[in-house]
Design a protein around this ligand. Sequence first.
Ligand code: NDP
Length: 334
Amino acid sequence: KMTSIPTVQKVIVIRETGGPEVLSYEENYPVPKISENELLIKNKYAGINFIETYFRKGIYPTEKPYVLGREASGEVVAKGSSVTKFDIGDKVAYLSPHTFAQYSKISETGPIMKLPADSSDENLKIYAGALLQALTALTFINEAYEVKKDDYILLYAAAGGAGLAFDQLLKLKGAHVIAVASTDEKLQLAKQYGAEYLINSQKDDILAKVLEYTDGKGVDAAFDSIGKDTFEITLAALKRKGTFVSFGNASGPVTPFPLARLSAKNIKIARPQLFGYIAAPEEWQHYSTELVRLIESHEFKALISKTYPLKDYRKATEEQEARKTVGKLVLEIP
Ligand code: NDP
């Protein structure tokens, strides 16, 4: 059952690794072919995530050419012969590679959810902007470290996309969030979204502040997406039996270290990725249902701070990599 689908499309693609100059906006890139259990989606919005910079730089190796993008919302425009759960015309939001494109595909049993049929563009934008980062926060605070009421939690990049999601969801758990960010404006935003204690990474001694805020004890857990530059600070900031959740490389990957270094305080360390918590259909069902509930009840809000046309992704990532952005960045797809 096919409507008229073009054979070529507009995408953001890389053909080699490097800086933002290797990003290419192309107008004649092949539209993916779907197999019997797959859906083809015409994307309306795609969420921007920092992970794209790792693919581009080669920190996470990929095949080339490689179309960037990990999440989007839009409308089902074609489906394979064995698909039963979705129909042409359904509005959907989903996680899948290659969404900085007019069309992307996903298995019907993959991480995809139906949105209401009368969803406005605004609703499509909210879901394109909430899925990946909010699910990261939601799964990590339940599984990488099960956050408990009154825990003290150290959080970096606290005003970024993932950061604002962590601020809110940690606060809902009753935890005390110690937020790190590079400007006072960013820290005030983190506070509005639930952070309790603030540390300016450009002015303050992060470790000294953490110890001050925790009466010298250190934090129960740390969510560290900065990687290389903060590893030693985070290890020192954890209390005895604390948990180190390392989940990003904003400053570069963590330098290899002897495991025995964890023994001094019996530290647990985890290095999770979102997809490892939502790989099984029942896991996706569980967490996506909870996310919809949090959004609909207004307990959770994705701050979409800026929307760029697809062709301007380079400008968006240059701003994000220069640490000039807050909250979520979204691409509008033509
Ligand atoms: P953000 O919007 O948070 O942007 C990155 C932020 O990192 C910047 O705003 C900046 O905040 C901070 N930062 C610190 N050091 C640097 C540096 N040297 N260069 C650039 N930025 C720096 O991005 P996302 O919300 O998309 O992602 C946040 C982090 O979470 C990323 O590291 C990402 O890889 C990780 N992540 C991991 C996932 C996983 O599954 N493991 C899933 C989702 C996100 P400031 O100026 O305040 O320091």
